[in-house]
Design a binder for this molecule. Structure first.
Ligand code: TRP
Length: 449
C-alpha cells in the first residue's frame, strides 16, 4: 500500500460516494427501458428479488474484501487468499467489464450531453411520438455527432480526475442529487395528472407473469448487478477507501434502498407519459429520450425544467463513470506501479477505442453482429449478463469459502459489529443461495441447460 493512498474521510462521505457510483444512467435510462421492454411489473419484481437475495450479499462481500485488503481489485484477491490460487481473475474480468461498460455507457452519457445542448436550443419540445423518435434517431444515427459527444464525455471524465477535483464532484453530486430527486417527483406528479396515466401505473405495478422467461430473469439479475455497481470490483475499490469503523451492511442497505427509490421515481415519471401520449413501452434504449421531453412539452415552464433535468442526469452519469474508470485506473496504477495520471490516459484510450464501435452502432457498425447483437448491445450483454454475474459467483465463493467465514466476520465486525443473525444470514446467502441462484439463472437464461 502506498503512503499517499487516499480514503473517504467521513461516514457520510462514504455513503455519498457509494451512492454516487450506484445512481446513474442505470436508474434513469436502463431500468425504465428494460422494464418497458420486458413486460413491466413482473420484471420489476424479479429485479427487486435479485437485488435483495443476490445484490445485497455480493455488495457486502465486495466492500468487506476491499476494506480488509486496502488495495485494487486484482491485488486484493491475491493478498487475502490464504493459499496461492488464481482468484485475481476476478479483478481481471472486472477490469474487462469496466472497459465494456464504459464503451457503451459513455455513449448513453453522450446522448444526455447532446440533449442538454438541444434542450438549451429549445429544439425538443414535442409531444408527438413520431417527432420525438425522429429527433433521437437523427442524433444517434449520425456518426459525427455520436463520436463527438462521446469524446466530450470522456474528456470531461478525464478532466475531472486529472484536475483532482473528484472530491469536488462528490461535493457537487451531494448537493445536486437531491434536486434531481425532487425533479423526478415533479415530473412524476405531472405525468400522473395526464389523461390516461393510470395505464402507466398498471404497467409498472400490476404483474403479468406470462412475459417472464429465463432470458428475462437473466436480464433482471444482470440489472441488479449493474445498478449496484457490483460484480467487477468497483465496490472492492470503494471498500478499500472505507473507514475501519463503518457499518458495512447498514451502508449497503441504505445505498440499495435509496437507489431503488430513484429507479421507481424514474419509472413513475416515464410510464404514465408513455401511455398518455401513445409512445411504445418497448421502445428500447431510446425510451427516456423520447418520452421525457414530451412530459416537459406539456408542462408550464417545461423548457427550462428540461434543461435542468438533462444537466442533472449528466451529473449523475459522471458520478457513476468516475467509479467505473476508477477500477482500471487503480489496477493499472497499483499493479504496474505507474502514476495514476498515466493509468488514466491508458484507460481512457482503451475506452475510446472500444467506444467507437458502440457509438457507431446505429450507423457504421449497425450490421457488425455477434450472437445477433450490434456492438452496443453486445458490450452491454457481455458485461451485465455474463461478466458481472460470474464475478458475483466468484466473489461469494471467495468470501464464504476461500477467505473463510472467520476472516470475513472479523473484518465485517470491526468497529460496529452487526447482529449475529446478520452474520448467519450472510453466510448462508454467500455460500449457497446467491451462487446457486446466479448459476441457475445464467445457465437457463443463456439457454445452456
Ligand atoms: N451503477 C451505475 C448506474 O446504474 C453504473 C455503474 C457504475 C456500474 N459503476 C459500475 C455498473 C460498476 C457496474 C459496475 O448507472
Amino acid at each position: 500500500m502506498s503512503a499517499q493512498r487516499d480514503g473517504f474521510s467521513s461516514t457520510f462521505g462514504v455513503l455519498a460516494a457509494t451512492l454516487g457510483s450506484a445512481v446513474g444512467l442505470g436508474n434513469i435510462w436502463k431500468v425504465p427501458y428494460l422494464t418497458g421492454a420486458n413486460g413491466g411489473a413482473g420484471f420489476l419484481l424479479l429485479y427487486l428479488l435479485a437485488t435483495l437475495v443476490v445484490g445485497l450479499p455480493v455488495m457486502i462481500a465486495e466492500i468487506t474484501i476491499g476494506r480488509a485488503a486496502r488495495t485494487d481489485p486484482v491485488g486484493a484477491f491475491t493478498k487475502l487468499a490464504p493459499v496461492r490460487r488464481p482468484w485475481w481473475v476476478i479483478g481481471v474480468s472486472g477490469t474487462l467489464a469496466a472497459f465494456l461498460i464504459m464503451a457503451f455507457y459513455s455513449e448513453v452519457a453522450a446522448w444526455v450531453f447532446a440533449y442538454v445542448a438541444k434542450a438549451v436550443a429549445g429544439g425538443l419540445l414535442s409531444t408527438d411520438p413520431k417527432t420525438a423518435a425522429a429527433i433521437f434517431s437523427k442524433l444517434v444515427s449520425d456518426p459525427a455527432q455520436a463520436l463527438f459527444w462521446q469524446w466530450v464525455v470522456l474528456l470531461c471524465v478525464g478532466g475531472v480526475i486529472l484536475m483532482g477535483v473528484s472530491k469536488g464532484i462528490e461535493a457537487v453530486t451531494k448537493k445536486l442529487m437531491p434536486i434531481l430527486f425532487l425533479l423526478l417527483v415533479a415530473i412524476g406528479i405531472r405525468g400522473l395528472t395526464l389523461p390516461g396515466a393510470v395505464a402507466g401505473l398498471e404497467f409498472l405495478f400490476r404483474p403479468d407473469f406470462s412475459k417472464l422467461t429465463p432470458a428475462v430473469a437473466l436480464v433482471a439479475l444482470g440489472l441488479a448487478f449493474f445498478k449496484l455497481s457490483i460484480g467487477m470490483g468497483t465496490m472492492v475499490t470503494y471498500g478499500s477507501y472505507f473507514r475501519a469503523d463503518q457499518d458495512i451492511p447498514a451502508t449497503a442497505l441504505r445505498v440499495m434502498l435509496a437507489d431503488l427509490v430513484v429507479s421507481l421515481l424514474a419509472g413513475i415519471a416515464i410510464f404514465p407519459a408513455v401511455f398518455a401520449f401513445g409512445f411504445k413501452p418497448e421502445a428500447g434504449p431510446s425510451l427516456v429520450f423520447i418520452t421525457i421531453p414530451a412530459v416537459f412539452a406539456s408542462m408550464p415552464g417545461g423548457a427550462i425544467v428540461m434543461v435542468a433535468f438533462f444537466v442533472l442526469t449528466a451529473v449523475a452519469a459522471m458520478g457513476a463513470m468516475l467509479s467505473l474508470v476508477e477500477v482500471p485506473v487503480a489496477v493499472l496504477a497499483e499493479r504496474f506501479e505507474i502514476s495514476r495520471r498515466r493509468a488514466l490516459l491508458i484507460a481512457l484510450a482503451g475506452i475510446a477505442g472500444l467506444g467507437v464501435f458502440a457509438a457507431l452502432a446505429q450507423s457504421r457498425t449497425a450490421d457488425w453482429k455477434l450472437f445477433g447483437l450490434n456492438p452496443f448491445d453486445l458490450f452491454d450483454f457481455l458485461s451485465s449478463n455474463i461478466l458481472l454475474p460470474a464475478g458475483g459467483i466468484l466473489i461469494c465463493a471467495f468470501a464464504a469459502w476461500e477467505w473463510g467465514r472467520q476472516n470475513f466476520e472479523a473484518e465485517l465486525g470491526r468497529g460496529s459489529p452487526p447482529r449475529k443473525w446478520v452474520f448467519a444470514a450472510l453466510t448462508v446467502l454467500m455460500r449457497y443461495v446467491s451462487p446457486l441462484l446466479i448459476g441457475v439463472v445464467m445457465l437457463k437464461g443463456l439457454g445452456l441447460f
